[in-house]
Design a protein around this ligand. Structure first.
Ligand SMILES: NC(=O)c1ccc[n+]([C@@H]2O[C@H](COP(=O)([O-])OP(=O)(O)OC[C@H]3O[C@@H](n4cnc5c(N)ncnc54)[C@H](OP(=O)(O)O)[C@@H]3O)[C@@H](O)[C@H]2O)c1
Length: 335
């Protein structure tokens, strides 16, 4: 058999602020041979996630990626060789495959999961992957929306936000998205059926939210933090729930950003603000996937992916997450 070559992106320097090109290097080497108990996986799609910025910089809910290691990332691939009873040749699996063309799966720290029956590989790393599951649990378990309530979601045209907005509509809520372009807002209020959208780059967010949420805000799904969170706090209703999913507006800051200025609103309005990690819900992933596949089959839940081809393009594509250059789930497809 011809020798397989593995191209991978390794971390060579910790980023200061943005992940600049000198932080990463494309390396070419022979693909690893699986040892007893291991399988070789040929990656099909690699996930690009804002959280990788933190993984490259410091310890978070996971240890920092060691310098010289492949960039840690989620993804999906096909087993091409197996010396493990856990994997069979031809099986499609997902897990922390890394930004590389081939990965090793085992039964320990590099355990991968077979993707659910009937789920396409691309859906396993988008709507039924980490971002879709984050939307499902963050909105339903933390946000607890009730029919007729007003839900606001920031990062609304992104991987997580676009699923949040649709699930909130399915729950019978008035849904207002916040996004960074007219094209994104048109997609959200058109194809996805949101009730209104605020373009935070061109509009006065406070004023636009007051107009879009005449009954106030009951649930805020926060993907971005910063000034937008402060503006939302000023408009929450009594008993509002704020689901803190992420704070992408702060991820490239070197110094800790100033805290929210309007937290007293939580006191005045008996509000509740709670952070969560999707990893807390692993045991309930099958329940979420079953629910979301039903909505997708009914035409009520759509998934959009933004696909870039070639491992060599992963670093430049990654920066698009921070400039708003993606619509839906950003992925790298490997040949
Ligand atoms: N808690 C968890 O378990 C968990 C799991 C997954 C993801 N997350 C978090 O969820 C959030 C969304 O992640 P994702 O993977 O779905 O990414 P994404 O929304 O697909 O992409 C990121 C989006 O953030 C927006 N953005 C970038 N900089 C911004 C800024 N300064 N202000 C406002 N918006 C900004 C951009 O859209 P615009 O054009 O609208 O600016 C961009 O498209 C992130 O904060 C991430 O860390 C949390």
């Amino acid at each position: 058999m011809a020798k397989r070559t593995n191209r991978k992106i390794v971390l060579v320097k910790r980023p200061q602020g943005e992940v600049t090109p000198d932080c990463l290097r494309l390396v070419e080497e022979p693909a690893p041979a699986p040892a007893e108990g291991e399988a070789l996986v040929k990656n099909l799609y690699l996930s690009l996630d804002p959280t990788q910025q933190g993984w490259m910089k410091y310890d978070t809910y996971m240890p920092a990626i060691p310098i010289g290691d492949v960039v840690r990332s989620g993804g999906v691939g096909e087993v091409v060789e197996s010396r493990s009873p856990l994997y069979t040749k031809g099986q499609v699996v997902s897990g922390l495959v890394g930004w590389q063309e081939y990965a090793i799966a085992d039964g320990g720290g590099r355990r991968m999961q077979a993707i659910p029956a009937g789920v396409a590989p691309v859906d396993a790393v988008s709507v039924y992957g980490i971002t879709g599951l984050t939307a499902y649990f963050g909105l339903l378990d933390v946000g607890k929306p009730k029919p007729g309530e007003t839900v606001v979601v920031s990062g609304a045209a992104g991987a997580t936000g676009s699923i949040v907005g649709q699930i909130a509509k399915i729950q019978g809520c008035r849904v207002v998205g916040i996004a960074g372009s007219e094209e994104k807002c048109r997609w959200l209020t058109g194809e996805l059926g949101l009730d209104a959208c605020v373009n935070y780059k061109t509009e006065d967010v406070g004023k636009a939210l007051r107009e879009a949420c005449p009954q106030g805000i009951d649930v805020y799904f926060d993907n971005v933090g910063g000034e937008i969170l402060d503006q939302v706090l000023l408009q929450i209703n009594r008993g509002a729930r704020i689901a803190l999913c992420g704070a992408i507006s702060t991820y490239t800051e070197e110094a800790p950003p100033p805290g929210p200025r309007n937290l007293m609103q939580l006191v005045i309005k008996h509000g509740h603000m709670e952070g969560f990690l999707v990893l807390d819900y692993v045991a309930r992933f099958p329940e979420a996937i079953a629910g979301m596949t039903k909505w997708a089959a009914d035409g009520r839940l759509r998934s959009r992916v933004d696909v870039v081809d070639g491992i060599e393009n992963a670093p430049a594509a990654f920066r698009r997450l921070f400039t708003g250059g993606n619509i839906g789930k950003l992925l790298v497809r490997l040949g």
